[in-house]
Write a protein that binds this ligand. Structure first.
Ligand SMILES: Cc1cc2nc3c(=O)[nH]c(=O)nc-3n(C[C@H](O)[C@H](O)[C@H](O)COP(=O)(O)OP(=O)(O)OC[C@H]3O[C@@H](n4cnc5c(N)ncnc54)[C@H](O)[C@@H]3O)c2cc1C
Length: 329
């Protein structure tokens, strides 16, 4: 590990003042410490944010919920308001990592965890995300876990979080502060596609701090499902995951549909036209199959991951069918 300076500010403005292009914030450390031990990330200064007042879950004026950036993944999954009003989020959180990791991991850190592309984690090989301009061995190499949608010539890595997939489906917002003041970014715009700058995972600027994540009032508690498909039943990242949420009228017609995919792109993958195609339709497997078909139509599989196209298609149908059946107590 490369030597670094360490500070632990107690105030948010002090944390922002200390931050700069060569510094990184550290929360639970479950991803960052691994990256530093492997010399894949070498900040000159670590700013430990654990003394900042960012551990609250509070109601918002518009009937939603504000989750402080330091609320733990486990604590959040078992929070009574999350269990009752946003069970999709609880399911996604509990499908991730292990109980020990979830106890340490923070909400803000989860949004900024780096890809699990094995070439990114191997300092002996090139990687455009780690060393811009060095190349992408994954494109022609072992790319079983890689992207189906939105990849570029320079990067085919996928975003690994489960939490973010559910947050995207729920239309959450990320609340950020930095040298230019506070701003909000819709979750669907927070992560980027790789394009020509795969080293940038998100729209966060250097030195900006995530303060909170805000959920709108609608939590789709009645009709939701998080389905995660992976090589092992636990402690594994998604090959494909689906966060599905429906609002149905009394006759069983779809009023609103949300579908976000994980494990298939550099960001949680949503398609407004696919969701719109379900509105006004009966909540039947036939209509879900048509939506799933539309969703995977533009997939661009690589040499080793074409199986994920069929997996995603079936997962979307299953998640929507489960969501339509309704929440069980
Ligand atoms: C073995 C293992 C298995 C895992 N499996 C899964 C899984 O299946 N699904 C899943 O979703 N996740 C999984 N994870 C990832 C885990 O959820 C993340 O490592 C964790 O959420 C990161 O949170 P943290 O607080 O530890 O972040 P840290 O490691 O402290 O930080 C991560 C990044 O976020 C930045 N950061 C942290 N907080 C802030 C903030 N408030 N503002 C700005 N920047 C900030 C840091 O600078 C760093 O770049 C796994 C992790 C491990 C180690």
């Amino acid at each position: 590990m490369t030597p670094f300076a360490y500070s632990k500010p107690a105030a948010i403005d002090e944390a922002v003042r200390l931050a700069g292009p060569d510094s990184l914030f550290i929360a639970g450390g479950t991803n960052l410490v691994d990256l530093m031990k492997e010399n894949l990330v070498r900040p000159k200064r670590l700013i430990d944010i654990n003394a900042l007042p960012l551990r609250e879950v509070t109601a918002t004026a518009d009937g939603g919920l504000r989750i402080g950036a330091l609320v733990g993944n486990a604590e959040l999954a078992w929070h009574p308001e999350i269990e009752r009003r946003y069970p999709l989020l609880a399911q996604a959180l509990l499908s991730g990592a292990s109980p020990q990791v979830r106890n340490m991991a923070s909400a803000g850190g989860n949004l900024l965890q780096r890809t699990r592309c094995h070439y990114f984690y191997d300092s002996q090989v090139p990687c455009n995300k780690r060393e811009p301009g060095s190349g992408c061995p994954a494109r022609e190499g072992l790319n079983r876990n890689h992207a189906l949608f939105g990849a570029s010539e320079l990067c085919v890595a996928v975003h690994p979080s489960d939490f973010c997939v559910a947050l995207a489906a729920l239309d959450a917002q990320v609340v950020i502060t930095g040298p230019q003041g506070e701003r909000r970014v819709p979750m669907s715009d927070f992560h980027r596609l790789p394009g020509d700058t795969p080293e940038r995972d998100t729209v966060l600027e250097a030195g900006e701090l995530i303060l909170a994540i805000e959920l709108p009032a609608a939590g789709f508690a009645g009709h939701h499902a998080y389905l995660k498909l992976r090589d092992r039943a636990s402690f594994a990242f998604a090959l494909v995951s689906v966060a599905a949420a429906l609002e149905l009228d009394e006759g069983g017609q779809i009023r609103q549909a949300r579908i976000a995919l994980g494990g298939v792109a550099h960001k949680p993958w949503r398609r407004a036209d696919v969701e719109a195609s379900l509105v006004g339709q009966p909540a039947t497997p036939e209509h879900f199959a048509a939506a799933a078909e539309l969703l995977v139509k533009d997939a661009q599989p690589l040499a080793h991951n074409s199986f994920k196209v069929e997996l995603a298609r079936r997962a979307v149908v299953r998640a929507l069918t489960t969501a339509a059946e309704g929440a069980r107590p």
